[in-house]
Design a protein around this ligand. Structure first.
Ligand SMILES: NC(=O)C1=CN([C@@H]2O[C@H](COP(=O)(O)OP(=O)(O)OC[C@H]3O[C@@H](n4cnc5c(N)ncnc54)[C@H](OP(=O)(O)O)[C@@H]3O)[C@@H](O)[C@H]2O)C=CC1
Ligand SMILES: CC(=O)N[C@@H](CCC(=O)OP(=O)(O)O)C(=O)O
Length: 350
């Protein structure tokens, strides 16, 4: 198979590392440019021990990269540092496709970006070209996209399980209560007090209550599905002491006489042909161990004892379907490849 030359920006971070792990077993990818910031100049195996078995280009600073040497770029940079370099590559190398794992191109409205991220967007002219990279729901647009804005990890779990229900008018989109939990790698590799072993271990902590920036994405996409402007959802994330994995529990009020079985039927028909979305049988409960290290999402709908309500649970690995895996799935679509290439591995258990 002819190789596509791929660059990874932020290759010394968690999403960059998982992207490289997957790409190294992808039959159509050759990794040619790997960038870092504080780790620039180092061999990758000096930064990540699990790459001791493979040969990779050394990490370089972004301004040393030769973009003529790439066909596609995966971007795993912190939000705010992504726009300028994306704009530069986008404008100077029109044949390069960019698959961004950061938040910088997810919000369609630059005013909302400023409001939630506290930064002016410096690439508003290319924002309209960005396709929201929630693979299963935007496949037709991703196929032809040059700039793919992969969703956040929490929004991927929430939206895959709720958008089809909101779109069909089966749940009241104005009354969604979403409880979310994430492993610590969701916060990235940088040193932060709340992610230290002594402070995150053996504990469970809510954070960003009432103001987490993923609410903007969730509201944007569920609002579109339900045809509602200015939608507000209740979303509360928690940090749990495990390295990877995420689980979201959404408490929904059903509409138009729908039952939990109707909700399940809509999810089943939406994802009938999707290789990575598993709707569990009966009342089996999604658990992070069902998806760890894989690109799968497991979900289910459980009836509530309160009449007219149901509980929708969804789980994924934040570094795979929640970032690098979904990014690779989008890359496959954008290059006309089988969507599952490089993503075939089953979850790691125990
Ligand atoms: N972690 C997760 O589960 C998910 C993360 N994301 C998003 O993906 C992006 C990357 O996240 P993650 O991999 O966790 O982050 P990390 O903190 O683990 O890695 C960040 C990477 O960016 C590099 N970097 C940092 N600052 C700069 C800069 N100013 N210029 C150039 N390079 C820089 C770092 O280099 P160095 O280490 O050498 O300094 C490192 O390679 C973020 O936007 C994040 O929000 C999205 C979904 C899930
Ligand atoms: C545990 C933890 O801290 N998780 C991160 C989410 C990671 C992610 O998807 O962030 P982006 O939207 O910036 O890509 C957080 O809550 O900020």
């Amino acid at each position: 198979m002819e190789k596509i030359k791929v660059g990874v920006l932020g290759a010394s971070g968690y999403t960059g590392a998982d992207l490289m792990r997957l790409a190294l077993r992808h039959p159509a990818i050759e990794l040619t440019v790997l960038t870092a910031n504080s780790h620039a100049g180092k061999p990758v195996k000096d930064v990540f021990k699990h790459f001791s078995h493979v040969t990779l280009p050394d990490l370089i600073a972004i301004d040393e990269a030769d973009w003529k040497n790439v066909d596609a770029v995966f971007c795993g940079l912190p939000h705010g540092t992504t726009q300028a370099i994306t704009k530069q590559i986008f404008q100077t190398h029109p044949n390069v496709k960019i698959i961004d794992m950061s938040a910088d191109f997810r919000l369609r409205d630059p005013v909302a970006y400023k409001e939630w991220y506290g930064l002016d967007h410096v690439a508003t002219e290319i924002q309209p070209e960005a396709v929201y990279g929630l693979t299963e729901l935007y496949r037709d647009e991703i196929v032809n996209a040059r700039l793919i804005a992969c969703p956040g990890c929490y929004p991927t779990a929430v939206l895959l399980s709720l958008v089809p229900l909101a779109r069909e008018g089966l749940v009241d989109a104005t009354d969604l209560v979403i409880d979310a939990k994430s492993g610590v790698s969701g916060a990235g590799r940088g040193l932060k007090e709340n992610t230290l072993f002594c402070e995150a271990g053996e504990g469970l902590a809510p954070y960003a209550v009432g103001k987490h920036r993923h609410m903007a994405e969730i509201e944007q996409e569920i609002g579109r599905a339900a045809g509602l402007d200015g939608l507000r959802v209740n979303f509360t994330p928690h940090l749990i002491p495990m390295s990877r994995g995420e689980l979201t529990t959404s408490y929904v009020r059903m509409k138009n006489g729908a039952s939990a079985a109707d909700l399940k039927e809509v999810l089943a028909s939406t994802y009938a042909e999707d290789p990575f979305v598993t709707l569990l049988e009966g009342e089996a409960l999604p658990q992070t161990q069902m998806v760890r290290g894989s690109n799968y999402v497991a979900m289910n709908v459980i009836p509530d004892r309160i009449a007219g309500r149901a509980i929708v649970i969804s789980t994924l690995d934040n570094l795979v379907k929640g970032s690098a895996g979904q990014a690779l799935q989008n890359f496959n679509l954008a290059y006309g490849l089988d969507e599952t290439l490089g993503l075939e591995q089953l979850p790691l258990f125990p």
